[in-house]
Ligand binder design. Structure first.
Ligand code: R5P
Length: 292
């Protein structure tokens, strides 16, 4: 009723101010729907365009691996320093406080344990449950060249279809079996296939040679996995090189939670990813924060 009392003269329509049409800061994501962009904007920092995802989903096929015996004890203290929590729904519901403001990258594939053929995964989360858990991304393993290559690719495309319906982006994780060589050629193939078939961003391994060719010919953002534990200066150097060569961040587990001082390590990783800090300065920061 308030508008009927003659207040029309006070309205300001700004007819001479063109409405801004914002672009979107993430590579290849400009044509996605609003909900997708909003969720990606929670995972990737809008200022730096990058992310430090903390991966602690390893138990879905490895059980209580070193550093993840008690997620409440080892991971919760790291939560304030990461941009995204990459986690299974079991750990999410049992351990992670629902009041967290961090976006969730939900592990959405699974099946075989380390005792079996790992590529024989299936989709392991219904999209309704991902929505219920307020997931900001879904993570699915893709085994290019693996025994169950096609099955894992179809897992991904089905999740992409479900994710598009719900507005949840899908991160394809390029898993490499022991029998496959980790070459630039392999990762160009695997990352590009995942992007072409609909993944919204890709997690892959860093390689010393030609990594910039992997990021350049993948049309969507790439984050790197940490892989097996390295000495802290080497892990920071890997982060630095990956960022300089076009990575949009890290999705790192063991090199953070297995470090002698994980809280110091994740802050050093942040400095490299978001601040462009060199590996040497970040390692000094690690030590200054109490790392040994
Ligand atoms: C492995 O399949 C899991 O999805 C991990 O999230 C992934 O390997 C990243 O962890 P890390 O940095 O320990 O390799």
């Amino acid at each position: 009723m308030a508008d009927l009392d003659g207040a029309e003269d006070t309205k300001e329509y700004h007819v001479d101010v063109p409405q801004k049409t914002e672009g979107f800061y993430l590579k290849g994501c400009g044509n996605l729907d609003w909900g997708m962009k909003n969720r990606l904007g929670r995972v990737f920092n809008p200022v730096s365009g990058k992310t430090v995802m903390l991966a602690f989903d390893h138990g879905y096929f490895q059980g209580p691996t070193t550093g993840l015996e008690r997620v409440d004890v080892s991971i919760l203290p790291l939560e304030p320093y990461c941009d995204t929590l990459m986690v299974t729904r079991g750990i999410l519901r049992s351990i992670i406080p629902p009041g967290t403001q961090k976006p969730i990258a939900l592990r959405a594939s699974g099946g075989p344990s380390i005792l079996k053929e790992l590529s024989n995964e299936q989709i392991a989360v219904d999209i309704d449950d991902a929505v219920r858990l307020n997931a900001s991304a879904l993570a699915v393993q893709v085994f290019i060249g693996g025994e169950y290559e096609t099955q894992s690719v179809i897992n991904m495309t089905r999740l992409v279809d479900a994710g598009i319906r719900a507005g949840i982006p899908v991160m394809a994780v390029t898993a490499v079996g022991k029998e496959l060589a980790r070459t630039p050629r392999y990762f160009r193939l695997a990352t590009r296939m995942c992007a072409e078939l609909g993944a919204h961003f890709i997690k892959t391994y860093y390689v010393e040679k030609e990594f910039e060719t992997i990021t350049s010919c993948c049309p969507v953002p790439i984050v790197i996995a940490g892989g097996k534990k390295l000495p802290e200066p080497d892990a920071l150097k890997m982060c630095y090189n990956a960022i300089q060569q076009g990575a949009a961040g890290v999705d790192m587990g063991r090199n953070i939670f297995q470090a002698p001082n994980p809280v110091a390590m994740i802050q050093a990783v942040r400095a490299v990813v978001h601040g462009g800090e060199t590996a040497e300065k970040a390692y000094q920061m690690y030590k200054d924060l109490g790392g040994t």
